[in-house]
Ligand binder design. Sequence first.
Ligand code: 2AM
Ligand code: CA
Length: 258
Amino acid sequence: MDLKELIKKIEEDARFCGQIFYNADRSSLDISSKEGQNNFVTKYDKMVQEEIKKRLAVTFPDAVFVGEEEAEHAPVDKGWVFVVDPIDGTANFIRDFHMSCISIALLKDGDPVLGVIYNPYAEEMFTAIKGEGAFLNGEPIHVSDKELSGGFIIFGSASYYDDIRDKSYEILSRYEKKALDTRRSGSAALDMCAVACGRAEMFFELRLCPWDYAAAGLLVKEAGGAAHRIEGGDLTYDRNCSVFAANALCKDEWKNMV
Ligand code: 2AM
Ligand code: CA
């Protein structure tokens, strides 16, 4: 499999599907609640997922599809598997906040080897192939060389989970004092892309789903940064986990986090 050939096609699939939610008819989003708190889905999450599933099946028929909005998820640990979030930043999409993306990871035997993240609002296409570096709109990107003291921390407050929300702010309060400032966008994938391209130095969120970080974790690592669980250890793709991402100078900050 020539991943360089494949990624070009996946970029086109992502661009097409990004335009679907970018051009959404905002008068009929059909918002409904999912499990947990503050967890919404719109007809566009489902529509984009159907379209990207259809397109990826043509682009690379050998791969199984795992998408956030499916009721049942296929195993991800064997063979080729697409792990897809049709809209990362759904709450932003509902509010027209212009901070959402489509995220596509391709796993081989449980390991991400390719990632494509497209933000149609900024027309930014983030891409990475394992071992080949990370790119933004075709140009190589790298994590920043700033220390935390001069850096931005981006975080997600895991607001969907009562048990860890307070803990997120406790961690933030400790780390904010050590940094220049903090940001919170509502799209974990775009937050991690910001670390990958040097707009921010560090990201954390106590619980995310594999489709939120599968592609973005590869982006960060291919851009010279670190991406793993906050407690240490590899990101997991068969279940939720915490996420820490940082540039090389901040890569040890996870050690005192939890
Ligand atoms: P989403 O927009 O695809 O739902 C914001 O903190 C991040 O958390 C977003 O990337 C968001 O992805 C993700 N998120 C939303 N609901 C979640 C849930 N129930 N579990 C885990 N992550 C979630
Ligand atoms: Ca989503």
